[in-house]
Design a protein around this ligand. Structure first.
Ligand SMILES: [Zn+2]
Ligand SMILES: [Zn+2]
Length: 155
């Protein structure tokens, strides 16, 4: 093998063109998969929407299915399922209740376990999802300091 001498500038150029570590770390996309209006949504990591849907159905399938190959006949395989891309979950091994709310999904209140939705006064407080009734002054300090100040002024 012949070794070619390169000038300093050529070496620098070659270094600049090396893919960076960040660019080489491929994060598999995160999805929320479930039935609109139902509380069966799951966080699934998959390369494509089709793959996300297949994984979801394989988990719900009533029959002993081959891995990722649902039977196609049971309720789990035939119910309406929508894979929604959730870029904000990419790289998260397990999105918290707070992450679900932040991604625009309904989830269970971390304190009273009631269903709570971002559009119905559910609040993401750190890792928690907190419904309107469970919100404390300390929570308002985090999510809405102005509201916290109003509550303080009222009491
Ligand atoms: Zn099935
Ligand atoms: Zn609650």
């Amino acid at each position: 093998m012949k070794v070619i001498d390169r000038t300093e500038s050529e070496k620098l150029f070659a270094d600049l063109n090396k893919p960076s570590l960040v660019a080489r770390t491929v994060v598999t996309p995160a999805w929320a998969v479930g039935t609109p209006g139902e509380f069966n949504w799951q966080h699934i990591i998959a390369k494509t929407a089709d793959e996300a849907e297949r994984i979801f159905r394989a988990e719900w399938c009533d029959f002993e299915c081959e891995e990722d190959t649902p039977c196609g006949e049971c309720q789990g395989c035939t119910l309406e399922v929508v894979p929604e891309r959730k870029p904000m979950w990419d790289g998260l091994p397990n999105p918290t209740s707070g992450d679900w709310l932040r991604a625009g999904c309904g989830t269970y209140c971390s304190r009273c376990s009631y269903e709570t939705f971002p559009e119905e006064c559910g609040h993401a407080v750190g890792n928690e999802a907190v419904c309107e009734e469970c919100m404390t002054l300390a929570d308002w300090d985090i999510v809405d300091p102005e509201r916290a100040a109003e509550i303080r002024a009222d009491t």
